[in-house]
Design a protein around this ligand. Sequence first.
Ligand SMILES: [Mg+2]
Length: 395
Amino acid sequence: MKITDLKVAIIGDAPVVRITTDEGIDGVGAGETAKPYLKPMIEFYREMIIGNDPTNVERVMLGIRRMGSFKPWGTAVSAIEMALWDIAGKAAGLPVYKLLGGKIRDKVQVYNGSVRFKRSGSEPEHFAEDMQKMKDHPYNFSIIKQAVSFHGGMQNRDDFYYGTPVSAQRYPNRGVITPRGFKYLMACIEACLDVLGDDVGLALDCGPGMTVPDALKLAKELEGSNIMWLEDMVTGDYTPYVLADLYTQITPYTSTPIHTGEQIYLRQNFVELIERNAVNVLGPDVADVGGIAEMKFIAEYADLHGILFAPHGVFDGLIGLAAQTHLAAVLPDNFIAFELPQAKPEWWLDIMDGERFPVKDSHIEVPDTPGLGVSFIPEEAKKYLREEDANFFDD
Ligand SMILES: [Mg+2]
């Protein structure tokens, strides 16, 4: 089998990949939503993969993997890798998880980072109200993630930290939290913990932007509580580096689990974090890290070092949800849960056929459909194509 084309369309705001072959089998992959600007970067790989056998996934990836980078750029390579697995699965008549070694669990756990309500204010009681709504959601989540500190906009509150917040898009605010700011942060977290009790674990997305002393102070204050992890306190999100040294000043000194990794691209960039036990939990995103198999390798290596795994995925959409589900089915026992992506806008469910990945009691059953288990209904999907992408479903 040979790859005949790599097509990219922006559907909704997500860059979507379709790889075609000379045997009439095609495969789909997608990047995180809200990254339409990645289209030319994905197209950049077209000439590098055409003519290759897509079922030799690793060989194709060796040809392009070096030409990628940290978030957001790793998405281009990751989406192509997903589409290759989709083709390989369809060609073999097997679900992707079978090609990755076979599932070790029939249903996979998800956590809530995407089901959100509008909070009526920013005082601790408003956090509690909001947390109650998320706890009561029919998906019956076992873990809920809450944004706080520099990730939750708290920097914009008067006197939260010793610094002047910059509100320009994606500008990373960073600095020392004031005593008053720290008290407020703790009050909001305690309000959430009170609501969740022993029923649901609380994960906190905290930064980046916290200093090492503040990060350690927060982690120590929360020892003994039902905190699943503290995410990205010092680096993370779109930080284009790792700085494992900062984490080695925090993680060994607290029993509260420390988490990072959503922006990191490729296994090589996890070596320091893993070998130095710089964090307790890693959370790469399958749509950023370099793909499904890349993520499995990192999880296996992390497991050998006692590091847990809770993949990021909030913006991965329906195709990413498929990839996450197959991957989670084969991850070792260090897997906790992945962040549930959703089909957003909901018309995604009208333009794709196949699996829906319904959530019940915070779990998704692993489907047996060949490939990723979702495919486009071209007549329906065409309604959402941009003019310049009109040939996306041709041939
Ligand atoms: Mg995060």
